[in-house]
Write a protein that binds this ligand. Sequence first.
Ligand code: DNO
Ligand code: MN
Length: 355
Amino acid sequence: MKMVFRWFGEGNDTVTLDHIRQIPGVEGIVWALHDVPAGEEWPMDKILAVKAAADRAGLHLDVVESVNIHEDIKLGLPTRDKYIDNYKKTMEKLAQVGVKVICYNFMPIFDWLRTDLYKEMEDGSTALFYESSKLADIEPLELVRRITENSALTMPGWEPERLQYLTGLFEAYKDVTEEDMWEHARYFLQEIIPTAERLGIRMAIHPDDPPWPIFGLPKIIISQDNLRRYLNLYDSPHNSVTLCSGSLGANPDNDIIGMIHEFRDRIPFAHIRNVKVYDNGDFIETSHRSHDGNVDIAGVVEAYHDIGFEGYARPDHGRHLWGEQCRPGYGLYDRALGIMYLWGVWDSLQRRTKA
Ligand code: DNO
Ligand code: MN
C-alpha cells in the first residue's frame, strides 16, 4: 500500500506540502489543476509548476484526481469528440511527468453532494452530512447556494462558472436514461483506454456519491454489479476503479470487502473513509475507526492486505477538528489521524504474516 494525500494546490488549500511530508508514510500528493475547466487541455507549464513544488517537498505526483470529463461526453453529444481529444492530450502530458493513475468520475453535473458541509457532531467536531429531507422541494441551484455560502474555497465540480449553467444542464439531462449513460461511458472508454495502455496510465473510475439518483439524474457507478459491468465495457487493466469505501458505503447493501476481493487486479487506487448511516438512509462522515461508522475500515484494510495490495491509498475525507478552518472534508488533522489508523492495522497485519 502506497500512501498518498490529496492536495488542492498552492493558494487553493489550507494544507501545505510541508504539512503533508510530516505525515508518516506519505509518499506523494494526489493532485489536479483545479482552475482548468473540464474539457480543456491542461497547460504543460502549470503541470510542471506542480511537479517542481512536489519535487521540492520530496513527494511524487503519480496520482491525479481528477481529470474531469466534460458534460458533453456524459451526455453523448456530437461535440464530445473534441473534448475526448483534449482529454487524450492531457493524458499525454501527464504521462510525461510520470503520472501512473488518473482518477475520474462519470457523475452527471455534480461531484459528491452533501446537504451540510459543517454538521456539528456530539464531540464538537464538524463533518459532511447528507440529509435526504433537505433535497425535497428545493431547486438544485438554491441548495448549492445554501450549502456553499459559508465555504471560502470552491469545491471541485461546484465552481461558480459551472453552476451558472446548472439549469441548462438539468434540461440537457432530462431525457438521458441510465442505459444512455452506459452507452456514453462505453464510447468514452473505447476512445481513451488504448491511449492509457500506450502511456502506461491506469484510468480509475470513482463511484458516484451518493450511490443513488439525486434530482432525477441517472447514476450508474453505484454498486458491485454496476462496477463489474463498467469494467467489462472494456476489459483491460487500464480500465480500473478508484474503490471509495465512503462513497459506496453510504449504501449499507454495498459489500466493500467483497468488492476488494472481486476487483483485486483492477484497483490501482483506494479511497478509505468511514460513514455512519442512519435508519432513514441519511449519513454523516465519521472518523476512520471501524467502531465509529458502518464501514468496517479495519476489515477493509485487512482485505487489501489479503490481496497483497500494492496500489495507492489515501484517506478520503475527514472531519474538521480542533477548530481547523479548511476545505470541507479536507482538513489536515483528521486525515492524518486516519492515516495512522490505516498504518496501525496494516503494520500489525504485516508483522503477523511475517511471524
Ligand atoms: C468523494 C471524493 C470525490 C472524488 C471525485 C473523483 O468520495 O473522493 O470528491 O474526488 O468524485 O472524481
Ligand atoms: Mn472518494
